[in-house]
Design a protein around this ligand. Structure first.
Ligand code: DP6
Length: 333
């Protein structure tokens, strides 16, 4: 820190769950996703990012949930801030502190919330003044799914052939449908292979081409189910989309197996509940935890049932959430 304490900027963002997932990048450096995706922003889960530009620093530094961040995770943040510095013409390094109210690095899109909040905070701190679409493009450079967390409610991420064309946009507001995501946590150990590495393996699977080519069909089905608030149709397509992505992961070289035995146990139980007429659907990201979607009216019953499955440690309950936003502007306070 310099002699005077620099004035901090603070932003907040929520993670999101992809109903139609992206896996694989057409350009890894620019993080141009291989296919369009569609998500729900997860209200209640939040990452706050506070940052101060400090002319006295000779490198960026970061503390996450009171732990200093070093090595590759810090370099990833620094590479991201380098883009912001280039855009702004400013050179100061930043001192960053983050707080999250949910477990990190276990497949709950922690990088999505962090980079969406970081994009909003850095935009303000470095005085870029980007519009929401450009903010989404910027967030994408930090983490592909972060592009979606810039917006609230239900969000589409356009894969785009080039940087300017790959951004997210809100498609339905948070109030459109009271869906609930009950995240059954079966493990909080950090995953061995993060999604950035996973995306690079996608093209080694002989199934990836078919998955990507079929995306418009799944996207349309999901969109129609959302518009009609048709849970049955939503469940069918969301589960197929998740299974397709995991089929690609499992058939990559080397293979990626994100599921734990409890993951599969929950998925099979959800299918059995569906057969009994319950409105619930599973979807799994790059981790072992299972996102169980249901209409809000059934959430209490499903949460109690999930809690009784062996291996379920805790359940996080999320409603459609809000966009990433600034809490403290630079120069305020
Ligand atoms: C399985 O956005 O986590 O959650 O750019 O490397 O941070 P990075 O990838 P990330 O990839 C998301 C993968 C997914 C599916 C999805 O959210 O669409």
């Amino acid at each position: 820190m310099g002699l005077m304490t620099p004035i901090a900027t603070e932003a907040i963002a929520s993670p999101n769950i992809a109903l139609i997932k992206y896996w694989g990048n057409r350009d890894h450096e620019l993080r141009l996703p291989a296919n369009d995706s569609l998500s729900m922003t997860l209200g209640g889960l939040e990452t706050r990012v506070r940052m101060a530009l400090d002319p006295a620093l000779d490198a960026d530094r970061m503390v996450a949930d009171s732990r200093p961040i070093t090595g590759e995770p810090l370099e990833r943040v620094s590479r991201f801030l380098q883009i912001v510095r280039q855009l702004s013409g400013r050179r100061e390094y930043a001192s960053i502190e983050t707080w999250s109210n949910f477990p990190q690095g276990v497949g709950i899109a922690s990088s999505a919330a962090a980079f969406a909040a970081l994009a909003v905070a850095a935009d303000a701190a470095y005085g870029l003044g980007l519009d929401r679409k450009s903010l989404s493009r910027l967030a994408r450079r930090g983490s592909g799914s972060a592009a979606r967390s810039v917006f609230g409610g239900f969000v589409r991420l356009r894969s785009g052939q080039e940087d300017a064309a790959a951004f997210a946009e809100p498609i339905l507001g948070a109030g459109h449908w009271g869906l609930v995501d009950l995240i059954a946590i079966v493990s909080t150990s950090p995953k061995e292979v993060g999604s950035s590495k996973g995306h690079r393996l996608a093209e080694t699977s002989p199934l990836q081409k078919a998955r990507v080519e079929d995306t418009p069909r799944r996207f349309d089905l999901c969109m129609h189910a959302l518009l009609a608030r048709d849970f049955q149709r939503l469940a069918t397509i969301v589960q197929q989309d998740s299974d397709l992505m995991h089929a690609v992961m499992m058939t990559s070289t080397p293979p990626l197996h994100y599921w734990e035995p409890a993951t599969l146990a929950i998925m099979k139980t959800v299918l059995a509940w569906q057969a009994q007429g319950l409105q619930v659907a599973y979807t799994v990201d790059a981790g072992p935890n299972v996102h169980c979607l249901c209409p809000a009216a059934h959430a209490e019953e499903i949460q109690a049932r999930l809690q009784a499955i062996p291996g379920v440690q805790t359940i996080l309950c999320c409603h459609p959430g809000q966009e990433a936003r600034l809490l403290i502007r630079p120069g305020a306070g």
